[in-house]
Write a protein that binds this ligand. Structure first.
Ligand code: GTP
Ligand code: SPV
Ligand code: MN
Length: 608
């Protein structure tokens, strides 16, 4: 056991789970931490960890009067978003990773990673975090254990997932399968070496082994790169589990809508990163009589129930929301949840009285701030005060409008699914799919301008099938086939209606063609009225769009003619779009589902 003799590991371990103990021991031997800490998830433990993080300079404690038990962290400027070029799906066969993923042979990758992880936790504590994605009382709970050398990750995982002793006990008692998720900052400390506030490595590797269902993440401490229950497990690995077990792991919010007639509807929506999921999930409707509650803002697991209905659950326990643009005007529900405290903010700006601020939080910009890089900032400064991908991390149960069904392991039956992206042109404000298969086509050809949520250029249009492009853990064609084939389990009478939305279309003058945010309730209302057969629509080659009069504009400074232009299907734009879709589909080769090829043929015919 070599150095491990230093670590009274087995005697102190709070579990007898043989595979877990063996893995913890193997990782300790490889990474050589100074200490091992089994995370229990308690308040006392969290207090101790956050105190230590404040002491170390990683966290700044915020003013307890305005932001109780809340902290701000500032990352290394080179560690601010998911790194898609360094994210790998290492399936046995390259074909199974597909053209949307980076791939390397598992043996070769393991060898590389072992080299990187060797001694990578020296001088640090190795934390073992037992967690479950979804409910502990689910029929088949999805367990994971994250090993990390970042206390910031521990404190954030405590908000984002159900973690700690209860979970570990269940893993032990049921001798459960768990996903081993290994994370290291890649910043070992030699004896006497001073630490930095945000340790990380310039070399970053976010790696998934889908057959083995394991995750190795090296070099980054930020968001989806490091909180491994989130994108790595609940989307990439879960999508593979879902393929094998007959369900779907999706990048979707879930909301509950109650109509003036007190009828309830559940809607999920898939938009790419930083394209409006959190905002729609926490919608504060601007139309009278309609009520919105939320169930989740980022990840949805769905399966067809016994009666062929599509049921959805949110596997997460917190929000990791984009801060800029979140304000009392646009998203009061998020602001109220944040104001309750217990949050970690990363890369936002600090106010002089120990609070946080970001662009769009308040109408008035404070006269002086400390920006996310720690520099003095005034409204005259050139760069934004908060990083565009700065985030708030807040427990979901602090949201006043959380639907009680969030707590049900059985989930809710979906009435509608929205797919949406960020497009200045071409895509109407809302389009209803002709039918389920046409809706899958809409999802499979979803496109959006890239955002700050991932490293790289911003504003470039790319195809993002079901908003899952960076998150499909296997071949993208197989993934689309899975969507098509699963429908065989559906009761056709109870299939959700599918809609394509675009809150980001621009007018000829360059402004937004639609006010968005709380006014998106007007689009939801139209969608629900379509389900009920009540609202008017115009058939276009791409699907059904609202008539100018069918969108409720009461209290809004907008005319039916402006709605018509926000939903216009422009033949020239669509000629270009069609060519781009054909180019996109050509990537799939043999694995493109026949049903989607015939949808494309149909669209082509209708466009003439
Ligand atoms: P991830 O957490 O990265 O998956 O992002 P998300 O899909 O939850 O996006 P979010 O709701 O955080 O919104 C991202 C950005 O889009 C924010 O800056 C919002 O202000 C902006 N946004 C959201 N909804 C709307 C809308 O309806 N209209 C406009 N114009 N902007 C919006
Ligand atoms: C996203 O990028 O879609 C996010 C943020 O939700 S992260 O958790 O960093 O992936
Ligand atoms: Mn997301």
């Amino acid at each position: 056991m070599g150095d491990l003799a230093r670590l009274p590991l087995l005697e102190k371990a709070p579990t007898t789970h043989a595979r877990l103990l063996a893995w913890v021991e193997e990782v300790a031997e490889l990474t050589q931490p100074d200490r091992i800490h089994w995370v229990d998830g308690s308040e006392a433990e969290n207090k101790k960890l956050t105190d230590e993080l404040v002491e170390a300079g990683t966290l700044k404690r915020l003013n307890p009067e305005t932001f109780p038990n809340s902290f701000a962290a500032f990352s290394d400027p080179a560690d601010v978003a998911r790194v898609e070029e360094q994210t790998f799906i290492c399936s046995e066969n390259e074909r199974d990773a597909g053209f949307t993923n980076n791939w390397m042979a598992p043996a070769e990758m393991k060898q590389k990673l072992r080299g990187l992880f060797a001694g990578s936790m020296r001088g640090r504590t190795m934390y073992v975090i037992p967690f479950v994605m979804g409910h502990l009382d689910a029929e088949d709970p999805k367990f994971g254990v994250e090993i990390t050398d970042s206390a910031y990750v521990v404190a954030s995982m405590r908000i984002m997932a159900r973690i700690g002793t209860d979970v570990l006990d269940r893993i032990t008692q049921t001798d459960a399968f768990f996903v081993p998720a290994l994370h290291s900052l890649g910043a070992p400390l030699e004896a006497g070496q001073a630490d930095v506030a945000w340790p990380c490595n310039t070399d970053k590797w976010i790696v998934h082994f889908p057959e083995e269902r394991s995750i190795w993440s090296f070099g980054s401490g930020y968001g989806g790169n490091a909180l491994l229950g989130k994108k790595c497990y609940a989307l990439r690995i879960a999508s593979v589990m879902a393929r094998d077990e007959g369900w779907l792991a999706e990048h979707m919010l879930i909301l509950k809508l109650t109509s003036p007639e007190q009828k309830t509807y559940y809607v999920s929506a898939a938009f790419p990163s930083a394209c409006g999921k959190t905002n729609l999930a926490l919608l504060d409707p601007t139309i009278k009589g309609w009520k919105v509650e939320t169930l989740g803002d980022d990840i949805t697991w769905m399966r067809f129930g016994k009666e062929g209905e599509l049921r959805a659950v949110n596997p997460e326990a917190g929000l990791f929301g984009v801060a800029p643009g979140t304000g009392w005007g646009t998203n009061p529900n998020a602001m109220r949840a944040i104001a309750k405290g217990n949050s970690i903010f990363t890369n936002v700006a600090l106010t002089d009285d120990g609070g946080v601020w970001w662009e769009g939080m308040t109408e008035e910009t404070p006269a002086h701030l400390t920006d996310w890089r720690g520099e003095s900032w005034t409204p005259d400064s050139d760069a934004p005060a908060a990083h565009p991908n700065s985030r708030f991390c807040t427990p979901i149960d602090q949201i006043d409008m959380l639907a009680e069904e969030y707590f049900s392991p059985d989930g809710v039956e979906l009435s509608a699914i929205l797919f949406g992206g960020r497009r200045k042109t071409t895509i109407p404000l809302v389009t209803e799919a002709r039918d389920w298969s046409n809706g899958i086509f809409m999802g499979s050809t979803l496109s959006s301008e890239t955002t700050a949520a991932a490293a790289g250029a911003v504003g470039v249009v790319r195809r993002d099938p079901m908003a899952m492009l960076p998150f499909i853990g296997y071949d993208a064609g197989d993934y689309l086939n899975h969507w098509v084939n699963l429908s065989a389990k559906a009761n056709p009478e109870r299939l959700p209606k599918i809609f394509l939305v675009n809150w980001f279309r621009r007018t000829a003058e360059g402004g937004f063609a639609w006010p968005g945010f709380g006014d998106n309730a007007r689009v939801l209302k139209w969608a629900i009225e379509r389900l009920e057969g009540k609202a008017d629509a115009v058939e276009t080659p791409i699907g059904f769009v609202p008539t100018g009069e069918s969108i409720d504009l009461e209290g809004l400074d907008m005319t039916p003619a402006e709605v018509e232009s926000a939903v216009r299907v422009d033949p020239e734009e669509w000629a270009t779009e069609l060519a781009s879709i054909e180019e996109w589909f050509a990537n799939f080769g043999e694995s493109l589902p026949a049903a989607l090829q015939s949808e494309l043929d149909g669209l082509k015919n209708r466009l003439g």
